[in-house]
Design a binder for this molecule. Structure first.
Ligand SMILES: Cc1cc2nc3c(=O)[nH]c(=O)nc-3n(C[C@H](O)[C@H](O)[C@H](O)COP(=O)(O)O)c2cc1C
Length: 179
């Protein structure tokens, strides 16, 4: 199967995962803007993008392409600041966020996975900085109300971190190779 990885990234982590995935699949990796041009030769197209509040960046464009080319296979890698699933951060919350962009009713068989990315406040665009300042204040108020898991989340975002790890992609790569 001829594959193509497309990415949408502001501070580099979705692009890092896209590069790793393309290497693992032995295929090209291009920005999402080039989907129309470069997608023509591919049978499998995987979007690597980042969670942005209630949505996933570029998902609208990707879904329009999927609708126009139902004969192809697709996959999605969602990258976010949320830690990898664990007791404190259950998988169900990540799935809920993913399903806001790709509802189960419309995309029941779409292979996808979540990977933790980075967070660097200083690299954000002006509007995202404003949005994050508001979000930080919301987290502070949740902490005051006893939401202890947000203490580490807030601290790590204020300090900045790089949580990218190639191993997070492994089960997804194996799944894609079986398609
Ligand atoms: C305005 C804004 C909203 C965000 N919303 C979420 C979110 O809902 N869930 C999440 O896990 N991460 C969220 N993030 C964090 C980014 O998804 C994370 O930093 C990601 O690694 C950025 O990808 P990039 O490096 O490819 O730009 C948000 C970041 C910004 C700036």
């Amino acid at each position: 199967m001829r594959a193509l990885v497309v990415y949408c990234s502001q501070t580099g982590s979705a692009q890092t995962y896209a590069d790793w995935l393309a290497e693992d699949l032995g295929c090209p990796c291009v920005q999402l803007d080039r989907l129309d041009r470069d997608g023509a030769d591919a049978d499998l197209i995987v979007l690597c993008t980042w969670f942005h509040a209630a949505s996933m960046k570029g998902s609208k464009q990707f879904k329009a392409y999927m609708a126009a080319h139902p004969e192809k296979r697709y996959g999605v890698v969602g990258v976010g600041a949320t830690p990898m699933p664990c007791d404190e951060w259950p998988e169900s919350e990540i799935e809920e966020a993913f399903r806001r962009s790709f509802p189960a009713a419309e995309y029941p068989d779409l292979p996808w996975c979540y990977c933790q990315g980075n967070f660097h406040f200083e690299k954000l665009g002006a509007l995202d900085k404003i949005a994050m300042r508001i979000y930080f204040r919301m987290l502070e108020s949740q902490i005051k109300q006893g939401e202890t898991r947000q203490v580490t989340a807030l601290q790590s975002m204020r300090e900045g971190f790089d949580g990218c790890d190639r191993r997070y992609l492994k089960p997804f790569v194996e799944r894609l190779k079986k398609l």
